[in-house]
Ligand binder design. Structure first.
Ligand SMILES: [Zn+2]
Length: 123
């Protein structure tokens, strides 16, 4: 198997409801996003997938989050915009328009600081 990863980022504000700590207050992060894909077949050039294609797809999903107050987005109306749920949002957003059968989006990691991240992979 081959595994590829691209790294992107976005900046946004959020507040965690019912958290009972200082993250209940409005604040922001520059999230660093890692997207992993896997597959076992290379093309005739020797690539699993063009990194540029993966970056472009990721960028499209992140555009909806960048410079937003995440709590106001429809997806986060009832669930907290935690790094866990942000990773899931991006994973699902990528999967929705993914049509490369030989390459699977395997997981998404959202770093909210240099030392803390959450990863989601789905069914
Ligand atoms: Zn936060």
């Amino acid at each position: 198997m081959y595994e590829l990863k691209i790294i992107s980022q976005f900046g946004a504000a959020h507040q965690l409801r019912d958290f009972g700590g200082k993250c209940e207050n409005l604040h922001g992060h520059n999230w660093r996003i890692e997207v992993y894909v896997t597959g076992d077949q290379l093309d005739e050039v020797g690539l699993l997938i063009d990194f540029g294609v993966l970056k472009k797809n990721t960028q499209k999903v992140l555009e909806a989050l960048d410079h937003q107050f995440l709590n106001e987005l429809e997806y986060f109306k009832d669930i907290n915009p935690s790094s866990e749920n942000i990773a899931r949002y991006i994973y699902e957003g990528l999967k929705r328009h993914w049509n490369n059968r030989g390459v699977q989006i395997s997981k998404v990691t959202a770093w909210e600081s240099d030392t803390a991240c959450a990863t989601y992979w789905g069914p």
